[in-house]
Design a protein around this ligand. Structure first.
Ligand code: GLC
Length: 533
């Protein structure tokens, strides 16, 4: 299959709903309290029945798990915690047999300090070709002892540099266990093409590319320019505080050279059959810079974090839709929509928690599912899971460990499958899993929700089924309708969507309501969305 086919506009991923699996927390077959590959394989029929088209698995590669797999020691093997390569093969074939595509997570910005290359770099010493695969630097000339090469801070807090015993420093935009590769060294690019081929050959349908905007740093490694009194930080990309972010100087992110890498990868993917795809995790500062990642010949898609970062506001949602479509049009890019993932506070909680948060979460999800392009759903959102207040002693996120606050553990609590007490069928044992589940989740299990026609799960199944009938044929045009300041309304093909972000019920336009996120009785209540035709 050649490039022409790939760019034909009919690829599966353009309209797909992809379900994100966080392997540690999805299903535990071995009973050690941590999810695994066999657990995933066993639960795949559930995902087929949910009505998604694809799964994306967060990393399951060999890793010391300092950042739960985003610190990779071997890109071409499975960590024993999750199983074996054979288990991964079995998972991929079962998914394919069920009609599900499989997207794996590729982490090219950094490896683990336990990667053989980094171990060799430490052993080889300053100036060696081994060190040249990472970003090792000395303190600035004449600077007092202990001065790092520049003022950059880690996304997880603290300095972005760690000093090794011979005095050199290595750069890590994340945890000190995650040294950044030097992508200006061609060996690095060649290694990753081999990794791509390794997983493509095993049947992966695509890649989610971690920190896709990070690979290249401004070559001078100059200081970040910050406002007086402001601490440099690399951009709070893994925190919802990013909502507040204004445009800033970011010499560590989104450098033009990064696009050469993706043009090369596009060519590699195009050599394979079956419309293999790749999606960028690129926390860029504007929709226009996001659009550069999906220019022809680069990524298939990029996550649209603007949608996730919008607050509960019809005007904000409307701006994101318009901004997204306007930015993508010139590059003929395919839109994506996402509300939750393993890095952010779950959207039920972001929208206020409790019954109101859940109603809003369902309404926002339904709105997203009507938009052109593809959608990403994070495990557990189909059950309406809220963010969990995890006790400090169970927090393992490096963000928490480095800063003593916050962290992403609360959205990573293991999935409740069945029963009335922890581990709610997550694993075969009776003990709490790696992050304890709350004791009030009995009504949120898959089993309980499958038995309840009014459950969030029943709602997701209905919404995904309804989407299926029109997503591929409704076209990509969205017309935003004038519906007052508290109401978002748009038309796409035969469907009109109305979302009430205000506090009072509003009149509905003419049409037959064929999907609603909550009870609708003549008028559209607050915190509710409908699809009409
Ligand atoms: C991405 C991942 C996040 C991880 C970070 C470093 O943002 O989504 O979970 O911690 O990259 O790899």
């Amino acid at each position: 299959m050649g490039l022409t086919d790939k760019d034909s506009g009919h690829e599966w991923w353009r309209h797909a709903v992809t379900y994100q699996i966080y392997p540690r927390s999805f299903a535990d077959a071995s009973g050690d309290g941590v999810g695994d590959m066999l657990g995933i394989t066993t639960r795949l029929p559930y995902l087929r029945d949910l009505g998604v088209d694809a799964i994306w698995l967060s990393p399951f590669y060999t890793s010391p798990q300092h950042d739960h797999g985003y610190d990779v020691a071997n890109y071409c093997d499975v960590d024993p915690l999750f199983g074996t390569l054979g288990d991964a093969d079995a998972m991929i074939s079962k998914a394919h047999a069920l009609g599900l595509k499989v997207i794996v997570d590729l982490v090219p910005n950094h490896s683990s300090t336990e990667h053989v290359w980094f171990q060799a770099a430490l052993a080889a010493g300053p100036g060696s070709p081994e060190r040249a695969r990472y970003i090792f630097r000395d303190s600035p000339e004449g600077a007092p002892e202990g001065t790092p090469p520049n003022n950059w801070h880690s996304v997880f807090g603290g300095l972005a540099w760690t000093q090794v015993p011979d005095g050199q420093w290595y750069l890590h935009l994340f945890d000190s266990s995650q040294p950044d590769f030097d992508w200006r060294n061609p060996e690095v690019g060649d290694m990753f093409v081999d990794v791509l081929r390794f997983w493509l050959d095993r049947g992966a349908d695509g890649f989610r590319v971690d920190v896709a905007h990070g690979l290249f740093k401004e070559e001078s490694l100059r200081d970040q320019v910050v406002e007086e009194g402001e601490t440099p930080d690399s951009g709070a990309q893994t925190d919802t505080s990013m909502v507040e972010r204004t445009l800033r100087d970011e010499p560590m992110w989104d450098q033009p050279e990064v696009h050469d890498v993706y043009r090369r990868w596009h060519q590699v993917l195009a050599e394979y059959d079956g419309d293999r795809m790749f999606v960028a995790e690129a926390w860029t500062q504007t929709p226009e810079s996001m659009a550069r990642y999906v220019r022809p010949g680069e990524f298939s898609q990029a996550f649209n974090f603007a949608w996730l970062l919008a607050s509960w506001s019809a005007a904000e949602f409307s701006d994101v839709i318009t901004g997204t479509m306007d930015a993508l049009r010139p590059v003929d890019g395919s839109p994506t929509w996402v509300l939750s993932n393993h890095d952010v506070v779950r959207h039920v909680t972001r929208y206020g928690g409790g019954a109101v948060g859940l109603a809003r979460a369902k309404a926002a999800t339904m709105t997203m599912l009507a938009l052109p392009g593809s959608a990403y759903v994070y495990q557990g959102e189909e059950l309406g899971l809220p963010e969990v207040e995890v006790a400090d002693e169970f927090r393992t996120d490096p963000l928490f460990i480095r800063t003593g606050q916050g962290g992403r553990d609360g959205c990573r609590v293991p999935i409740p499958w069945s029963g009335t007490a922890a581990p709610y069928g997550f694993g075969p044992g009776s003990g709490q899993p790696w992050i304890p589940q709350p004791d009030d989740w009995a009504d949120l299990t898959v089993e309980a929700e499958e038995a309840d026609q009014e459950s969030t799960l029943a709602f997701y199944r209905a919404a995904l089924a309804a989407r299926r009938t029109f997503a591929t044929t409704a076209g990509d045009d969205v017309e935003i309708l004038d519906a007052g300041s508290d109401v978002l309304s748009f038309r796409r093909g035969p469907v009109t969507v109305v979302l009430n972000c205000g506090t009072d019920p509003v009149a509905l336009p003419d049409g037959e309501v064929f999907l609603a996120s909550g009870p609708v009785d003549g008028k559209l209540p607050a915190d509710t969305a409908v699809w009409l035709r």
